[in-house]
Design a protein around this ligand. Structure first.
Ligand code: ADP
Ligand code: MG
Ligand code: MG
Length: 379
């Protein structure tokens, strides 16, 4: 009987109103409760919570709300987004973060939220389901996604200065969950990388042990072979960038499967998540496979260069000069040997060469001009 009193049921655990460490952590004590926030429409759901269209202080934006017991996930995504150098035209624009309080069965529940720009065309994954792309748009999307990743990986960044933005040193960041549902499309059809929930700072001062559990995370379908087989070289922090590049290659594959070329072969493949068709069982069964089973199956498929090349044959069955150039870049991103892969910076410059009119500096400027979040700058 005495035991009964001290045992809390799982439901109670799930609605803890004070997340662990909440009162002790002085930094969290300063996080504001956002009272002037109005959630209007659910626009996305993920593992840790929901994303809403919302208004905050009268302005429309997007709000990611974490389940109350996922406070650590909120904390780590917030930590990366709130660094002043996490700012680039091809990274979703972070605005603010805080708590909301919700009444849940007579209990006041505190939830972590993160406010960001609203990307009205949703995720690249959903976009590719509904739309085919011209060569120009496919190349620009590829360029922009690679630029966002290359910026995360870079040692230099942009930071707010008195007038505009200036270049500063920053810690490279690995995203670790690059996939088409973590790329967003704005109303003006520009793309940005989002969902930094698994991102980690590649701090060279950290020991190898501190990265020991940092390897096999992310979404199995997009995982590099060395992640599926848990054979990541943790001595070299570039390993994390090389895994992002592998996933980027698969996103590029998704894009170019949906690319229609003027006066070129007209066949466009249906959109699909890479390798999803190769996992045994019906689509229904697939969603029931647990993560370990999925990793096990994908590992046995050995998603290496041969398999990807065979996949790309579907794409290059439509032989066309432009498509074969994209195909080479995809192959260069997806080598089984991590060291053989090109960098995100190389992907960026290859696609930039395809689009002489889309110089990046122009891009930066128009981004700074078009999105004025000046009044949120101090938040
Ligand atoms: P999770 O970490 O749970 O995967 P995400 O940040 O990836 O959450 O968001 C889940 C989905 O919500 C995305 O795939 C996208 O469809 C939608 N979404 C997220 N952020 C935005 C945004 N700023 N604008 C529009 N849609 C968004
Ligand atoms: Mg996501
Ligand atoms: Mg996530």
């Amino acid at each position: 009987l005495a035991d009964d009193k001290t045992t809390s049921c799982p439901h109670e655990m799930a609605t803890l109103s004070s997340p662990e460490g909440f009162h002790e952590d002085p930094e969290l004590a300063r996080v504001p409760i956002l009272t002037d926030l109005h959630l209007s429409e659910l626009i996305g759901s993920g593992k840790y919570g929901h994303v809403w269209r919302c208004t905050y202080l009268g302005r429309e934006m997007a709000c990611k709300v974490w389940l109350s017991f996922e406070m650590n996930a909120w904390r780590s995504e917030r930590a990366i987004f709130s660094q002043e150098t996490t700012y680039h035209p091809n990274i979703v624009r972070y605005i603010h973060s805080g708590f909301i309080e919700e009444n849940n069965q007579l209990e006041l529940v505190t939830k972590g939220v993160l406010l960001m720009e609203l990307c009205s065309r949703g995720s690249l994954c959903n976009f590719l389901e509904m739309n085919t792309l011209s060569w120009e748009v496919a190349s620009r999307f590829s360029f922009e996604i690679a630029s966002g990743i290359s910026y995360l990986h870079s040692h230099t960044g942009l930071a707010r200065a008195d007038k505009g933005y200036s270049a500063v040193a920053k810690c490279p960041i690995a995203h670790r969950d690059i996939k088409s549902s973590n790329v967003l499309i704005r109303g003006n059809m520009s793309c940005c990388v989002s969902d930094l929930g698994l991102a980690i700072a590649l701090n060279p001062n950290h020991t190898e042990e501190s990265f020991a559990n940092a390897g096999q995370v992310g979404t199995p379908f997009y995982m590099a072979p060395e992640a599926l087989t848990a054979k990541i070289n943790l001595k070299n922090l570039d390993s994390f960038k090389q895994m992002d590049v592998f996933s980027l290659g698969l996103v590029l594959w998704e894009i170019f499967c949906r690319c229609e070329i003027e006066n070129g072969p007209s066949l466009c493949l249906e959109h699909k998540i890479p390798f999803s068709d190769l996992v045994q069982g019906s689509l229904l069964d697939k969603s029931r496979l647990n993560r370990t089973q999925l990793i096990h199956q994908l590992k046995d498929l050995h998603p290496d260069i041969l398999l990807i090349d065979c996949y790309l044959c579907q794409m290059s069955g439509r032989t066309h000069n432009l498509l074969s150039r994209a195909r080479i870049t995809i192959l260069d991103c997806t080598y089984k040997e991590p060291e053989a892969r090109i960098t995100a910076g190389t992907v960026t410059s290859r696609f930039e060469q395809n689009m002489p009119n889309a110089r990046h500096s122009e891009h930066d400027r128009s981004f700074c001009d078009s999105i004025d979040f000046g009044s949120f700058a101090s938040m």
